[in-house]
Write a protein that binds this ligand. Structure first.
Ligand SMILES: [Zn+2]
Length: 268
């Protein structure tokens, strides 16, 4: 279902709209693709306010059809317009695609896209919107029609967003299921290890003391920001009587190589 606000056609999943943001190509070009973006900021409203609009005529020449946070879906440029979102010059263009921006959960270092993370709730909120659009417009839910920005333009966008994981979430929503924000935890056995990054090997101060958890059985990896190992360890001692396993690794990149090293899959 759609909602019309001042001539802009949006999904009815929007929680608010900012139709003052700039759109163009008022030609109703059919939308056949979804382009997935990351905002490269944790500042949800500030990111949008920096775009060109009739209240910010000196803003950046950028926009999107939707901006998504963990709890909000903001309709920006209506689906009946093109947004300035992907710059695509091949078969996927601003005119024939819908751009969905996702706010980051960590403010990273602009030079290093691996520092920009996304929360589970934001990914699920975006995937829910994407599923609604795909079902309504008949866009196939696959890797050819739901693409990361970097597929159509030389950019690191959408940073750390895993497009295959994202599409899997969209498929679940399309079937009326809700992806679990986190895998189900079996009491006491799922956390196999923990890595504390004590040097800023991600290129930004935010990386210091970042903690990685993983489970060999589920392959689950989670990276909360700025978590505190002492508190986690106390929780572990309280609930299991044991200390958490803490491993160290080399500072090689990418991060999953470090995970493999700690799993003894790769010799350091
Ligand atoms: Zn982008």
């Amino acid at each position: 279902m759609v909602k019309s606000v001042n001539g802009n056609i949006y999904s009815d999943l929007i929680t608010s709209s900012r139709e003052e943001l700039f759109g163009f190509y008022d030609d109703n070009t059919p939308k056949k693709f979804i382009v997935i973006h990351g905002m490269a900021t944790v500042n949800f409203n500030g990111g949008m306010s920096g775009w060109y609009s009739n209240i910010n005529p000196t803003g950046r020449q950028a926009s999107a059809n939707y901006c998504v946070s963990d709890i909000e879906i903001v309709g920006c440029v209506g689906e009946n317009y093109g947004a300035w979102h992907c710059g695509g010059v091949g078969s996927i263009t601003n005119q024939n695609s819908i751009g969905i921006e996702h706010v980051n959960s960590s403010n990273g270092n602009y030079a290093d896209a691996s520092t920009y993370l996304f929360s589970e709730d934001t990914l699920n909120n975006g995937a829910k919107l994407c599923a609604e659009i795909c079902l309504r417009l008949g866009i196939p839910i696959d890797r050819e029609h739901i693409v990361p920005h970097r597929d159509v333009y030389a950019t690191a966008c959408p940073q750390t967003l895993d497009i295959d994981d994202y599409i899997a979430r969209v498929k679940k929503f399309a079937k009326g299921e809700v992806p679990n924000a986190l895998p189900e935890q079996k009491e006491g056995i799922d956390m196999n290890g923990l890595l504390v990054v004590t040097k800023s090997d991600f290129g930004g101060a935010f990386a210091i003391n970042r903690i990685f958890y993983w489970s060999i059985s589920t392959g689950f990896i989670y990276m909360p920001d700025m978590a505190c190992i002492d508190i986690l360890n106390k929780q572990s001692q309280h609930s299991t009587g044991k200390n958490l396993l803490v491993y160290d690794s080399s500072l090689s990149s990418p991060w999953h190589l470090r995970m493999a090293q700690m799993n003894n899959k790769v010799k350091i």
